[in-house]
Design a protein around this ligand. Structure first.
Ligand code: SAM
Length: 242
């Protein structure tokens, strides 16, 4: 069972996350474990500090090293991977979620706040992850994104077929999906999906996933090894565009 330990100044932010939907069920079924740790429990000095002003002057409080290192050490095992959530880390992607889900390591996720961490925290972490090129107020949402994306890949959390075709799993976006009604304000569900012909449906989905990626995320196709059929589709789509 994969365990996630989150070090945060705001444990209350996780209340809804651990008590809702698929994550709640995965916890109840003991398919994953999540421990939320308040960094303030590891505060230092008689004023129970966890942050302080930065050396050299400047706006914003900085998370102190000692409480973080104490919190890490209190929860670290030989099986832990210590992850720092930071906009300066490598950009988190589905491939990384798959690797971390397949890896046996438990994750310790460190959430920053305010101006960030004392830079020397880098001596104590294994991996720096960023959600993307924007700045959040804290690492809490980022840690929930990482846990959520890994947890849904864990064995038995959801039906494996549900994530086999997920966007990015084969450098392709997922195919389009539809539900009732068949017609809404003149917008129809593609007839092939109502045909009951499984092979035609599978082929249509394969093409649509490719077509969607071609139009929305052509960058994904650049590094992809294309099958003969996909090369033919690519040539046809490019011709259509010219
Ligand atoms: C206001 S940010 C600090 C940003 C820092 N001054 C910088 O520019 O690199 C506070 C905390 O939010 C989290 N955070 C902000 N943006 C993030 C992102 N894109 N990905 C992951 N964590 C992020 C980090 O834990 C960070 O320490």
């Amino acid at each position: 069972m994969k365990k996630f330990t989150v070090l945060t100044l705001f444990p209350e932010m996780f209340a809804g996350f651990v008590t809702t939907s698929i994550i709640k069920k995965a916890l109840e079924r003991k398919l994953i474990a999540i421990e939320i740790v308040d960094i303030r429990d590891y505060s230092v000095g008689k004023h129970h500090q966890v942050d302080d002003y930065q050396y050299g002057g400047g706006q914003g409080m900085v998370l102190m090293l000692e409480p973080l290192v104490k919190a890490i050490r209190a929860h670290q095992t030989s099986n832990s991977l210590v992850v720092l959530l930071t906009p300066q880390g490598q950009t988190y992607q589905q491939k990384m979620a798959v690797n971390l889900a397949n890896d046996k390591a438990d994750l310790i996720l460190i959430c920053g706040h305010y101006e960030g961490f004392d830079e020397r925290i880098l001596h104590y972490v294994d991996l720096e992850l960023s959600l993307g090129d924007y700045v959040l107020t804290g690492g809490e949402l980022a840690s929930m994104v990482v846990i959520d994306s890994i947890a849904r890949l864990a064995t038995d959390v959801i039906n494996p077929e549900s994530h086999q075709n997920d966007s990015f799993s084969e450098e392709l976006l997922d195919y389009p999906v539809y539900t009732k009604p068949v017609t809404f304000e003149g917008h129809e569900v593609p007839a092939v999906l109502l045909s009951g012909h499984h092979q035609n449906i599978a082929q249509w989905r394969e093409f649509k996933a490719f077509e969607k990626t071609f139009y929305k995320r052509p960058d994904l196709l650049k590094d992809k090894k294309l099958s003969e059929l996909q090369q033919k589709w690519l040539a046809e789509l490019e011709q259509k565009e010219n």
